[in-house]
Design a protein around this ligand. Structure first.
Ligand code: C2E
Ligand code: MG
Ligand code: MG
Ligand code: MG
Length: 285
């Protein structure tokens, strides 16, 4: 994962290596300006029911419209944002944008779509996340269940007690909670009993290896069974080929996100796709 990789490679920089530090400071400064100058945008990737192809939700993925370097992916700037705690302001911005977007879809008659937002451990450790989200919901007038918050297993494990109370408060608001990159973090499965989770997103690495590694099939099958018996929604991340889609449907997983169904795309383009879908009869899958 680019995020964690970036974080680790940062730790390796020795104080004597001043060039990376210099780069870091420049990037940190640019990120601060980017927030002020509104240079971030959200791209959206559809989440579909594979039986019908119906889009039931989307994940918001941040991009940076860099004035000189063009569109930058999160892997190139989130590690520094995390190091410098700027991620808290970025996450707040993303949450605000997401709520506004859900409200606009509503007004446009695009209905009940759920929007997922990635939230960092930093914001989560911050005492106000439930207050912040409550306020945003009130301001935008959205139905709370249309907002889903994605966090990783590591975020959950980082700050156990605090996280439990934050999650419970978010849950009480009616917000959905998803575990991102499920199966890749350092975690004990027991947290699944104590945390009010709705969705597990099976990490892309398992999906990628499905066709070659029997172990990936075994793990994916086990996650699906676990999720089902706990009454959770399972979403498979990173489906790229029809073969992977078939295998997952055979394993009983129907909800997916991946290039096969759509790459992250601009708001305008994603909204056009929603409008086309709206003109079709809804499937009863
Ligand atoms: P993630 O939350 O696991 O998001 C899924 C990533 O997988 C996205 O990369 C997406 O473009 C990519 N992806 C989706 N389908 C496929 C596929 O079929 N094949 C392949 N190869 N990749 C696929 P992206 O947009 O570069 O984001 C990377 C990570 O950055 C995200 O991983 C998430 O951890 C973080 N991130 C993105 N946006 C935000 C944000 O607004 N806030 C925070 N805190 N983190 C974010
Ligand atoms: Mg990831
Ligand atoms: Mg995610
Ligand atoms: Mg993921």
């Amino acid at each position: 994962d680019a995020k964690t990789r970036g974080r680790d490679s940062f730790r390796k920089y020795h104080p004597a290596m001043d060039e990376p530090i210099q780069d870091h400071l420049i990037l940190e400064n640019d990120l601060r300006k980017a927030l002020k100058n509104d240079e971030f945008v959200l791209h959206l990737q559809p989440q579909v029911d594979m039986r019908s192809g119906w889009i039931f939700g989307a994940e918001a993925l941040i991009r940076w419209k860099h004035p000189q370097q063009g569109l930058k992916s999160p892997g190139s700037f989130l590690p520094v944002a995390i190091e410098s705690n700027l991620i808290i302001d970025i996450d707040r911005w993303v949450l605000g944008q997401a709520c506004d977007l859900i409200a606009r879809w509503r007004t446009a008659g695009l209905g009940d779509l759920r929007l997922s937002v990635n939230v960092s451990g930093q914001l989560f450790a911050h005492d106000n996340i439930a207050d912040l989200v409550a306020e945003l919901i009130l301001q935008s007038g959205i139905r709370p269940c249309q907002l889903e918050i994605e966090l990783t297993e590591n975020t959950i494990m980082q700050n156990n007690l605090k996280t439990v109370s934050h999650l419970s408060r978010l849950k009480n608001l009616g917000v959905q909670i998803a575990i991102d990159d499920f199966g890749t973090g350092y975690s004990s499965l027991s947290y699944l009993r104590n945390f009010p989770i709705d969705t597990l997103k099976i990490d892309r690495s398992f999906i990628r290896d499905l066709t070659e590694a029997p172990s990936a099939i075994a793990i994916t099958r086990a996650i699906i069974a676990l999720g089902e018996s706990l009454g959770l929604t399972i979403i498979c991340e990173g489906i790229e080929t029809p073969h992977q889609k078939e295998m997952l449907m055979d394993l009983g997983c129907h909800h997916a996100q991946g290039y096969l169904f759509g790459r992250p795309d601009t708001l305008e383009s994603f909204t056009r796709r929603l409008q086309r879908q709206q003109q079709q009869p809804a499937p009863f899958a």
